[in-house]
Design a protein around this ligand. Structure first.
Ligand SMILES: [Zn+2]
Length: 368
């Protein structure tokens, strides 16, 4: 898969992140610090604090680490640590730095930085894992905020593995989906949100497509039988993109040549497949065209609803049914040469649709 040309880590203004980080200065952590079991080095020069207690009431979690390490990995931290510490607060000789980010995200980011974060659980598979987002979303968001490119580079491949950026990888991932159908764990709305926060543009065509094929919901409870996307994660622009994308996909599917099976398509099919057709009778054409027409009529009727919702999956599945070494009985009136031709045609249509996704979802209007 390719991530080349990714406009990753477009520099944000330091001030944005610094503003966030130092609001804790006024409302300093009052409670005792709960020390992280891994990130507490006796020679650490700073104590990063996070948690509800940093801004109000509640627990405060502390991470004693090295200012030089943070500064070397993050220009935002570098600037932050060069500023005079307005609180001047020290704990056991180390300067305190209060962050307003979720403490779990701070913990995961620092553990990643110091190699205490075990990614093997989600990394072991070659394809999608139901917990990828739960593992990477927090640290990835913070890595983008604090401009930690090396951490982003480490996490980005997991996101692109689950929402591939090429047609071939998308198909392979979808086919391997199999056992992992747990919807809430991989909410496409959360992927769209994370991809924008971490500026990983390449996953967005697949993520928006995934979003467009599932139902949006805003209620808290829903049936687990269907996949849902949590619309509350989406900005108005995202919702407009999904609505427009869905319409364009439906229009595109409605115009697919095989859906009409008109004379022109039959002629094209014959021109394409007829050369190799093993049943071709000179002067009277090939019975394979009629065989295909009957198969597709039944097949399309069975899957019409899914075809409009998830055309890539249907075109791929139909193409594979045609191509299979042991085709079902209902297509055995079509010779193998014609089946392969039709199968390639289905794949070509799927690929053309995939390539139109950035346009369908208006991704050129994204600000990164
Ligand atoms: Zn044939």
């Amino acid at each position: 898969m390719s991530t080349s040309g990714e406009p990753h880590c477009k520099k944000r203004k330091l001030a944005d992140a610094l503003d966030d980080a130092y609001t804790g200065g006024a409302a300093r952590a009052q409670s005792a610090v709960i020390r992280d079991e891994h990130i507490w080095f006796e020679d650490g020069t700073i104590i990063v604090r996070a948690g509800p207690g940093c801004t109000g009431a509640g627990a405060v979690y502390g991470f004693r680490c090295h200012g030089s390490v943070l500064a070397a990995r993050s220009p935002v931290f570098k600037t932050m640590l060069q500023l005079p510490n307005d609180s001047g607060e020290r704990l056991e000789g180390a300067h305190c730095v209060d962050l307003t980010d979720a403490w779990e995200d701070v913990r995961d980011l620092l553990r990643l930085l110091y190699d205490f974060f075990d990614l093997t659980i989600v990394n072991a598979n070659a394809s999608r894992h139901p917990n990828t987002l739960a593992f990477i979303a927090g640290p990835m968001r913070l890595a983008a905020k604090y401009e930690m490119d090396s951490v982003l580079e480490q996490l980005r491949p997991l996101l692109t593995r689950d929402w591939p950026d090429t047609f071939e990888d998308w198909l392979r991932t979808e086919r391997a989906q199999g056992e992992y159908q747990w919807p809430e764990l991989q909410d496409p709305a959360a992927v769209v949100q994370l991809a924008q926060q971490a500026r990983v543009r390449s996953v967005l065509p697949g993520a928006y497509y995934d979003l467009a094929r599932v139902y949006l919901h805003t209620a808290q409870f829903h049936s687990v039988a269907e996949r849902f996307a949590d619309a509350r994660r989406l900005a108005r622009d995202d919702l407009e993109r999904v609505a427009a994308g869905r319409e364009r996909i439906a229009r595109h599917v409605g115009a697919l040549p095989m859906l009409h099976m008109d004379e022109e398509y039959a002629r094209c099919a014959l021109a394409g497949a007829g050369v190799l057709c093993r049943k071709l009778v000179v002067g009277s054409g090939s019975p394979c065209v009629e065989g295909f027409r009957v198969w597709w009529r039944d097949s399309a009727l069975e899957q019409m609803e899914t075809l409009f919702r998830d055309p890539l999956a249907v075109l791929d599945a139909q193409g594979r049914e045609l191509h299979g070494a042991f085709p079902p009985k209902r297509i055995d009136t079509i010779c193998r040469a014609c089946r392969i031709w039709y199968s390639c045609h289905f794949l070509k249509e799927a690929q053309e649709l995939w390539e139109k996704l950035p346009e369908f979802f208006e991704l050129s209007s994204l600000p990164f």
